[in-house]
Design a protein. Structure first.
Length: 318
């Protein structure tokens, strides 16, 4: 807030104009209280002005809007334990429509309300300026006029995932071997959702939690694709194999191209982190290794790009 700076040397009396001292105004006695008039009164002396009716709330004409329309944000610094801030149109709306999420705060700009008001659930939300929302997020976050703070998604085990898959055949899941970039993981989740994958299995200790950056890159897929965290990826591969999954690891040094690999039926695709690739013990636990052929101009592909190519190949003609 800007502060006013007063002039400490301001004269206490006005200077007389040139040509002589200024005339003092005549002192006239104040009117008695019963002689005073009020310009807002009803024409009668001494009568106080009538109270003006309060302004009705500014209601947006769209249907299905929240009860908190027009309110300023009531909470500025929520506890981190309340969960991450999820931002961006697709990511935030997906959170709001996910019954497994517990929402603590929802902030929207007036522009977002005007263009997407009907997409908001009938719940309380607060109006905020773009800068107010940006102040709650990482410096490089693109929030598009909406941010929601929600509790993390409940944990899901590998047993839960397999129970949900049941006897489905074909069935496609993807494993990430120590991937640690939230945007890459979010982009992988988006590709898995786009190609009908049923889940993503990650190494617990090396994989970041579902942050706003991950959710933004996933474009809503974080709410749709189960992400299972396991302590031991090799053990997870054995569990999948016992459930009838053929486990194919992506390795740039593999002699067999991906297009010649059996990717039908119940399939688990295993991809390593960028730079490191699959760890040796993880590669040994796969049923088969395959490579995506690329030119000598580049050494490797981005993790999310490799995942999208592999998922497309697995679903092509299937």
């Amino acid at each position: 807030m800007l502060s006013r700076h007063m002039n400490k040397h301001k004269p206490s009396r006005r200077q007389p104009p040139r040509g002589g001292p200024a005339k003092r105004p005549d002192k006239r006695p104040d009117k008695r209280p019963d002689e005073r008039t009020d310009k807002h009164a009803d024409g009668n002396t001494g009568k106080q002005p009538a109270k003006r009716p309060s302004r009705p709330p500014n209601k947006h004409p769209s249907k299905g809007l929240g009860k908190g329309l027009g309110k300023r944000p009531s909470k500025r610094h929520a506890s981190p334990s309340a969960g991450p801030w999820i931002y961006g149109q697709h990511a935030a709306l997906a959170v709001l429509h996910n019954p497994r999420r517990q929402v603590h705060q929802l902030l929207v700009t007036r522009n977002f309300l005007e263009s997407h008001g009907n997409d908001l659930p009938e719940d309380t939300f607060d109006i905020a300026d773009k800068s107010e929302i940006a102040a709650l997020l990482p410096p490089d976050a693109v929030h598009q006029g909406i941010a929601v703070q929600a509790a993390p998604l409940p944990d899901e085990s590998l047993a839960d995932l397999l129970d949900n898959i049941g006897a489905r055949d074909p069935a496609l899941v993807l494993l990430l071997d120590k991937a640690n970039d939230p945007r890459n993981i979010g982009a992988v989740l988006r590709s898995v959702a786009a190609f009908g994958g049923l889940g993503v299995i990650v190494h617990d200790r090396s994989t970041p939690q579902g942050s706003g950056a991950m959710a933004k890159a996933a474009s809503g897929a974080l709410e749709k694709v189960p992400m299972v965290r396991v302590a031991n990826l090799r053990q997870a591969l054995r569990t999948l194999q016992d459930a009838g999954f053929w486990c194919v690891g992506l390795d740039g040094g593999a002699g067999k191209p991906l297009a010649e690999t059996q990717l039908r039926g119940r399939t688990a695709l295993v991809l390593g982190a960028e730079g490191q690739g699959l760890r040796p013990l993880t590669a040994e636990s796969c049923d088969e290794l395959a490579a995506i052929p690329i030119s000598d101009a580049m050494e490797s592909l981005n993790l999310s790009n490799a995942a999208a190519i592999t998922l497309y190949e697995a679903t092509r003609g299937g």
